[in-house]
Ligand binder design. Structure first.
Ligand code: IDC
Length: 373
């Protein structure tokens, strides 16, 4: 595949706080025991009293999101952890792997987990526009690698089937069935992978999206019965609003599957007003996960509207709705967090030195929200 990273991912540095052995050990013990042990260890070793906001979560005693919460499940309208407690995940989406793979390196992912304090990485694999359909094997292998990289760092990973144009998910059903069967089989023993089966259906009825979902979900469940599945909604995952509908079509005719959430996307400078109203209403009726939002216009570019974005984030904090921001790259558009050239230069990915205004804003939001806050 074009622009594919050719060097294999090195093993984690010995002694690194992201060493896989720690995660495995902690997972076998279970979240509650581990929490108690680590709390004890932290007290015993005398953590520095001054734990200001500059202290990274890569600290040896910090629990990763996955260590703390394990296998997720949908309980009622909420995303819950393995003990049935509601949990809010916050994090970042990659840009398209066909364009910005060089922004997903050991250093950038270390920064996302350790300095940004993210809980979740969304791996955005486009299907068209030079994506998966041009090299299924290459893209599938790269997504496998990124799942491993996220796992090593204690992140939840959303595997995003980033269909966009054409907008009918049924255009890609055969490809999706192959891809998800392989993904779900390969990662069924992990408890940190979520499957997003259709990024943004558009120009199609809810019925078409539901039909597609009811073909793909059983294939995932057959391999990995526990994974939470995220279902894109009509009209660019606007719950139908951008094409004159709303969430009631889903409430009236939900996808026939358990342990799923419906996806909502918003771009704050374009989607205040009626979009926000429907989202708030839908949160009382459907399990929701925001797998993409921007502080800009729907192009992912233009001026930031931080006030509108903050209103959304405040509501999502109240409702414990998980969210992922678009996007962790150095694209020129205002919604890409890094200044152009950052990825080729190898960073810096931590701190604020290479961040655009939207990047600085969202890094702070992620650091102070979600499971690690
Ligand atoms: C945009 C990218 C842009 C790319 C375009 C290609 O920012 O670089 O050229 O896709 O289609 C979405 C989509 C997401 C869009 C994003 C911003 O899921 O792929 O990314 N957006 O337009 N939905 C609403 C906005």
């Amino acid at each position: 595949m074009a622009h594919h990273r050719t060097t294999p991912a090195p093993d984690p540095t010995p002694g690194s706080s992201f060493a896989p052995a720690r995660g495995r050990l902690l997972r076998t013990l279970g979240p509650a025991v581990v929490g108690a042990l680590l709390l004890g260890a932290a007290l015993f070793t005398g953590e520095p009293a001054d734990r200001g906001e500059a202290v990274p979560v890569s600290d040896e005693t910090a629990l990763s999101a996955v260590d703390a919460h394990g296998q997720l499940q949908v309980c009622g309208l909420k995303l819950c952890d393995e003990n049935g407690q509601p949990v809010q995940l916050t994090g970042m989406s990659s840009h398209g792997l066909q364009w910005f793979d060089d922004c997903l390196t050991d250093a950038s992912l270390d920064a996302l987990a350790g300095d940004w304090n993210a809980d979740v990485l969304r791996v955005s694999m486009y299907i068209q526009e030079g994506g998966y359909e041009t090299d299924p094997r290459g893209f599938t292998d790269r997504v496998h690698e990124l799942v491993e990289e996220g796992t090593r760092r204690g992140l939840y990973v959303i595997v995003d089937w980033h269909m966009l144009t054409p907008g009918d998910p049924n255009h890609n059903t055969d490809l999706a069935l192959d891809f998800f069967a392989e993904m779900a089989a390969a990662h069924s023993d992990k408890d940190n992978v979520l499957y997003e089966i259709a990024n943004e259906p558009n120009g199609v009825s809810w019925d078409a999206v539901k039909g597609y979902s009811e073909q793909v979900i059983p294939v995932i469940r057959e391999q990995d019965p526990e994974a939470v599945v995220l279902v894109g909604t009509r009209a660019w995952s606007s719950l139908g609003v951008s094409e004159g509908s709303d969430h009631s079509e889903i409430v009236a005719d939900p996808v026939d599957a358990d342990n799923i959430m419906y996806v909502y996307h918003f771009y704050a400078a374009s989607h205040g007003g009626p979009h926000f109203d429907v989202f708030r209403q839908a949160a009382q009726e459907l399990p929701l996960f925001v797998t993409e939002f921007g502080t800009q216009e729907h192009t992912g570019d233009g001026p930031d509207d931080f006030a509108s974005a903050q209103a959304y984030l405040d509501f999502m904090a109240e409702e414990q709705i998980s969210w992922v921001n678009w996007n962790f790259s150095d694209d020129f558009r205002s919604g890409a967090v890094f200044e152009p050239g950052t990825c080729a230069a190898g960073g810096p990915f931590g701190g604020t030195g290479a961040l655009k205004p939207a990047g600085e804003w969202i890094r702070e939001q992620i650091r102070t929200s979600g499971t690690g806050a």
